[in-house]
Design a protein around this ligand. Structure first.
Ligand code: GUN
Length: 298
């Protein structure tokens, strides 16, 4: 039987709508809109596309978007000074510095300069630590989006075997922490894992976040497994077309005959990231104003 397709695009649209409703309520109570500042250094084409989408989605959700575009040769001191100004600005609830930064800038130093209470990316060590010990903080948008899709599909994850493939600070590690927090039994697999197919075959939940096109094959999967594909990889163009196809880290065509449910690429995890960013920004706004978000709202 073919797997159910997990429609991240529809889920994300629903989340954005809910955020919009609560963003309007926030504006009414606080007398101002929630605000997100996005900082882009340089002209990386993919980053420009992301930043434009974030701007549009923020405005559509009824929030204020502050864009700061800096030249590629910006000195680290100037970038840190901007972050300090945004930390101190009461109209700014969330700060996102688009990564990757040009090579001469120290990403860790820049992330460390962002106030943890405005760190809507959840990249600051304070927020990573809060997640690890189970305190409220900001959780990186992509893994939180994956978790929302998993909870929606499976309900209680207690006791389920979860295998996360990839150990990045942005996806793999926080994903594993979220699954652990939900009482799953969690394995983090990576490039040095022995017998990766054998490890993945144990999993009720597979989260693939390695950045290698179609690496996870159908015969690695336990029948009925729920598969979350975080990968976005562009295949080489076939003759006669100018762009290659976008594929995930999972061989979708094969996997859908074995999995119970699977996210497509595109239209699965991708749309969740911006929707969760808006959610995190609104949560930051409520916290920064000392207001309570309605119970279970987001
Ligand atoms: N670059 C690609 N994805 C992201 C993200 O989620 N946050 C930031 N800050 N940069 C990114």
């Amino acid at each position: 039987m073919a797997a159910d397709i997990i429609d991240g695009k529809a889920f994300a649209a629903g989340l954005r709508e809910t955020v919009g409703v609560h963003a309007a309520a926030f504006a009414e109570r606080a007398g101002r809109k929630a605000g997100l500042a996005v900082v882009l250094v340089g002209e990386d084409p993919a980053s420009q596309v992301y930043v434009r989408s974030k701007h549009r989605a923020t405005v559509e959700a009824g929030m204020e978007s502050f864009e700061h575009r800096l030249p590629a040769d910006t000195a680290e001191a100037a970038l840190l000074a901007l972050v300090e100004r945004l930390n101190a600005d009461p109209a700014v609830d969330g700060i996102l510095v688009q990564l990757p930064l040009p090579g001469h800038l120290d990403e860790q130093a820049v992330i460390a300069a962002i106030s943890p209470d405005k760190d809507v990316d959840g990249f600051h060590v304070t927020n990573a630590g809060r997640l690890a010990v189970g305190q409220d903080g900001f959780v990186p948008c992509t893994p939180l989006g994956c978790m929302m899709l998993l909870s929606d599909r499976l309900g209680d994850l207690s006791g389920l075997e979860a295998v996360v493939i990839g150990r990045s600070n942005i996806v793999g590690k926080p994903m594993a922490q979220l699954l652990l927090g939900a009482n799953a039994t969690v394995t983090i697999a990576h490039s040095r894992t022995k017998d990766l197919p054998g490890v993945v075959r144990r999993a009720d939940i597979v989260v693939a976040a390695v950045g290698r096109a179609e690496m996870v094959k159908a015969d690695w999967l336990k029948p009925g497994a729920t598969v979350i594909d975080v990968g976005i990889n562009r295949l080489p163009p076939v003759p006669g077309s100018d762009k290659g196809r976008l594929v995930g880290d999972v061989d979708f065509a094969g996997a859908r005959d074995v999995a119970g449910a699977i996210t497509p690429v595109p239209g699965g995890v991708g749309p969740m990231t911006i929707a969760v960013l808006l959610r995190n920004t609104l949560v930051a706004a409520y916290r920064n104003e000392g207001l309570d978000l309605p119970e279970g709202a987001l």
